[in-house]
Write a protein that binds this ligand. Structure first.
Ligand code: MG
Length: 416
């Protein structure tokens, strides 16, 4: 059996842990730059607020209905997610982190009562982290996903067993709610009058193979209770790493673009070091606001291959700034920039370059010292001067909560 653990309204729940007075009240969290609604409390859902709805269209509605609005605080959510995962690993030896708020648990070998186990997991996560979760259990990952949806409506726990019960559940599952059935396939199935997961299991194997390839067959077998999608236990190293963001305010100034691009390059270097890889290629792109038809549009990028594969801040910033200067022109209003590193390999197998004059060991020692300080005192406390303070281009985050769990200065205060 597999369990799918999903944190309920995750971002909103994270905010509530540190603001308990928000319990029972409508709360929403906005996407980057305070753009769209990306997490809603049940109360906010009941008010009719939709996922991905632009917040600026709803300003009055939000105010009139006393909805609490937060900017997204990914530092907090990332840390809370790690805490939930840590609690889950106490229960099972195998766990797959599926997204920031979802994880699959392998329950094979567990012989006790599943209901008791699910309750135990739910209560322990709540006690350790303050986050409410739903637990769906089924004989396959696909069925565990379906069980999780049902759990949301039935007190947080739902178990699908491999018997007639499974049959009745899939008869009541619309085909577009099956894991892995997205837009195109949904249209295809709709055209063929397949409306429930049960209908899907009646599809002819040859037809499935022709129309939906191996995936279609896998979904069918999984729905019938035969497990064929296993847990992905090791997170494969990413093939390319990108840090791209829209600016809070458009700009045509080179100094601000330099601040942004060098900061993104440092973020890429950090991500590379975290997975112990180095990059051979580096791309910088900048573009104007494609939604503003009144402005002259431009979209430029430049890719270079690095003389020696690297994950060092100073080097990546130097190359990123070179690229930026190749594509920059002062006559446009830029809305977004990004740095992408590609051609990744393990940092243990770096090919040296005969003409390389930089003292790599010195770089590494300096950067290790800087990393240590930043780990202790907060991100970017020590940084390259060119990164600036970000005040003129950073995202709008007007309703940001504190980083309660990762920064001593922002820790929650209790008054007695
Ligand atoms: Mg969730």
């Amino acid at each position: 059996m597999f369990a799918l653990v999903d944190c309920n309204n995750f971002y909103v729940s994270c905010e509530r842990v540190f603001n308990p007075h928000l319990e029972g009240k409508p709360v929403v969290v906005l996407s980057n730059n305070d753009g769209c609604i990306i997490s809603r409390s049940d109360e906010a859902k009941r008010l009719g607020l939709k996922m991905a709805e632009p917040a600026f269209l709803k300003t009055r509605f939000l105010k009139e209905n006393h909805v609490y609005v937060f900017s997204s605080n990914y530092t907090l959510y990332g840390d809370m997610s790690a805490r939930v995962t840590e609690t889950l690993t106490q229960f099972v030896p195998e766990i797959e982190i599926y997204s920031i708020d979802e994880a699959f648990l392998n329950l094979s070998g567990f012989s006790g009562d599943l209901n008791t186990l699910a309750n135990n997991i739910k209560n322990t996560v709540r006690r350790n982290t303050g986050i409410p979760i739903s637990v769906g259990i089924g004989p396959t990952k696909t069925l565990a996903k379906i069980a999780n949806k049902a759990a949301k409506l039935s007190g947080g726990i739902f178990i699908i067993r491999n018997d007639q019960h499974r049959d009745s559940v899939i008869r009541n599952t619309p085909v577009n709610k099956i894991w892995g059935i997205g837009g195109q396939y949904f249209k295809l199935l709709e055209r063929n009058k397949i409306s429930t997961a049960y209908d899907f299991t009646l599809l002819d194997d040859n037809w499935l193979r022709a129309k939906m390839k191996v995936m279609g067959m896998r979904i069918k077998r999984e729905l019938l209770g035969e497990s064929c999608i296993l847990l992905e236990l090791t997170v494969p190293s990413k093939k390319a790493i990108a840090t791209t963001r829209a600016f809070g305010k458009k700009t045509s100034k080179i100094e601000l673009l330099e601040e942004a691009v060098s900061t993104y390059a440092v973020r890429c270097a950090e991500k590379l070091r975290m997975q112990h890889s180095v990059a051979n290629l580096l791309t910088v792109f900048i573009h104007t606001d494609p939604f503003n038809q009144n402005e002259v549009q431009i979209n430029k990028s430049k890719t270079i291959s690095l003389p020696v594969a690297s994950n060092e801040n100073i080097e990546l910033v130097k190359h990123a700034l070179y690229c930026l200067n190749q594509i920059y022109s002062s006559s446009y209003n830029y809305k977004k920039a990004g740095v992408i590193v590609d051609g990744l390999q393990s940092e243990k197998q770096v090919q040296a370059n005969l003409f390389d004059k930089s003292n790599r060991e010195k770089f590494r020692n300096l950067r290790n010292a800087v990393d240590k300080l930043n780990y202790e005192f907060g991100r970017d406390k020590i940084k390259l001067a060119v990164q600036g303070d970000g005040k003129k281009w950073k995202l709008r985050q007007e309703k940001l909560s504190q980083r309660y769990t990762t920064n001593w200065n922002e820790i929650i205060e209790v008054r007695i």
